[in-house]
Design a binder for this molecule. Structure first.
Ligand SMILES: [Zn+2]
Length: 487
């Protein structure tokens, strides 16, 4: 990947947070690498080296700066570079580290391992192993700095396997022991047992109230709750139950969401944080997206009026798909109350979870459930049972999806799932920035178009950001409608 050095230099000198995490600066002499927003006195241009990723800076021999903490920068946008293969491989590394090795990663994305290495070096400036190692180190540093998790458990939770390897890697990278780093962090917040607080950064602007309003309207009673500017939900991962809550950090200059996770097994933390990042679309580079969408006159005003709108993801792909099926041809409100009844009847009850009463029903339970009893039509009930069976016996999996097209085809083989539902799932469960629900009534109305084919044509110039254009049109149409209702 070639960085525009002039842009990098300007962003560095102005400490522009919109560029945070889009490139890193290695400072010759001090040997550290920094985020674009580093508060340390600005280095001379001739001593600065620019890198597209933290892993590339680390490979070049630079250490992470202890002041700006590169491990806290917003993530690399998943669509970085032009290579689909790299994006897919990055996604897999994000979901599961590199636990099965580079050979297996290469096989999954359908190229040879040497070619994958070349692609990584070209687009990210670092090998797959270096990228995975940097991720492990960054997450370990976050756990040391931001939680009180015992250091032995930090080693396991960040994927180092054993304490000895963890200690060696931290010392080599930070020139300090884990204990010394924790002492430096001077934590003041008291954290209850099994509770972990994280601050997840984003590149401003971020339209928090828009995100919250979207999630609030669709919050499944018992499983999700939105109040006091906080989103909260129950979770289950690898047999562990828990819950988390997300709110916007009140310090506007921090550009971060505060996340509180309650879970008994800290080894799930990495996966949980990655999912929350995806759910709240924290890696998006909104400015770049807006710049491209602004060319459409019907999008220009909404983009100006509501900067920073993101595409809400989801916690669990199966849950989202069930919600999408429930929502076919009924109002959002109607679907939400159906989902609540479904949960009450088939979800596992929880004790003491901050207002949350249930886990969302699992595919195992829904595969044979009598769903008409909660008010579903026989047709919808059949669709949900068929989806649950397909997930249950492994024909459909929402994790580690590589080939989006074949995933969507399998989804559409289920009677009752059409392309609208499939694209909606791709948009919110796979984080596909170019997915959009074809033929959507809300979009047709917002653009005053009657035929779905015309809509597809109209949406062509929005590529590769059709999901974002869709969010803007939905939100703006909704606002216009509520203004009308008031008047
Ligand atoms: Zn720095």
């Amino acid at each position: 990947m070639t960085l525009d050095l002039q842009v990098c230099s300007r962003a560095r000198l102005s400490r522009d947070p919109r560029f945070d995490g889009k490139f890193f600066i290695g400072v010759v002499g001090s040997g550290v690498y920094c985020r674009s927003i580093c508060p340390a006195p600005t280095a001379k241009e001739k001593n600065c080296r620019y890198f597209p990723t933290a892993a590339a800076a680390a490979e070049a021999g630079f250490r992470p700066c202890l002041r700006c903490r590169p491990e806290c920068s917003p993530g690399t946008p998943a669509w970085l570079g032009t290579s689909n293969t790299v994006s897919r491989a990055l996604r897999l590394i994000g979901e599961s580290g590199l636990e099965d090795g580079v050979e297996s990663l290469a096989e999954r994305v359908g190229v040879g391992s040497r070619h994958l290495r070349r692609l990584f070096i070209h687009h990210l400036g670092a090998t797959p192993s270096a990228v995975a190692q940097t991720r492990r180190l960054h997450f370990a540093k976050k756990l040391i700095d931001e939680t009180r998790l015992p250091l032995g458990e930090v080693a396991l939770a960040s994927g180092f396997g054993c304490v000895r390897r963890f200690n060696a890697a931290i010392r080599k990278t930070f020139k300090r022991t884990p204990t010394q780093i924790r002492r430096l962090a001077r934590q003041t917040e008291v954290q209850p047992e099994n509770e972990y607080v994280f601050h997840l950064r984003f590149r401003p602007p971020y339209h928090w109230s828009g995100m919250l309003a979207f999630l609030a309207a669709r919050a499944t009673p018992g499983v999700e709750l939105v109040d006091h500017n906080t989103y909260r939900r129950s979770i289950s991962l690898n047999g562990n139950q828990g819950h988390f809550e997300v709110s916007l950090n009140q310090d506007a200059d921090r550009h971060s969401l505060d996340v509180r996770v309650q879970i008994a097994d800290p080894r799930s933390l990495f996966a949980i944080i990655e999912r929350i990042r995806a759910m709240f679309d924290l890696n998006a580079d909104w400015s770049a997206i807006a710049q491209s969408l602004r060319a459409d006159p019907q999008l220009a005003a909404p983009l100006r009026a509501q900067p920073g709108l993101r595409v809400p993801g989801c916690w669990n792909g199966f849950e989202l798909a069930v919600r999408a099926i429930l929502g076919q041809q009924i109002t959002v409100k109607g679907a939400t109350s159906l989902a609540g009844r479904l949960t009450k009847s088939f979800g596992q009850p929880l004790t003491k979870a901050n207002g949350l009463t249930h886990l969302f029903p699992t595919p195992e339970v829904l595969a044979d459930a009598k769903l008409t009893g909660v008010g579903l039509t026989e047709k919808r009930a059949q669709t949900i049972r068929a989806l649950a069976r397909a997930v249950n016996d492994g024909r459909i999996s929402f994790d580690r999806v590589i080939d989006k097209e074949s995933f969507l085809n399998r989804l559409c083989e289920i009677p009752g799932i059409g392309s609208w539902t499939a694209q909606y799932v791709a948009m919110r469960a796979l984080g596909e920035p170019d997915a959009y629900p074809t033929g959507d009534l809300g979009l047709l109305r917002a653009l005053a178009i009657t035929s779905p084919r015309d809509l597809d044509e109209r949406a062509e110039p929005w590529r590769p950001w059709r999901a974002y254009a869709c969010m803007y049109l939905w939100t703006f149409a909704h606002e216009a409608k509520s203004r009308q209702n008031v008047a």
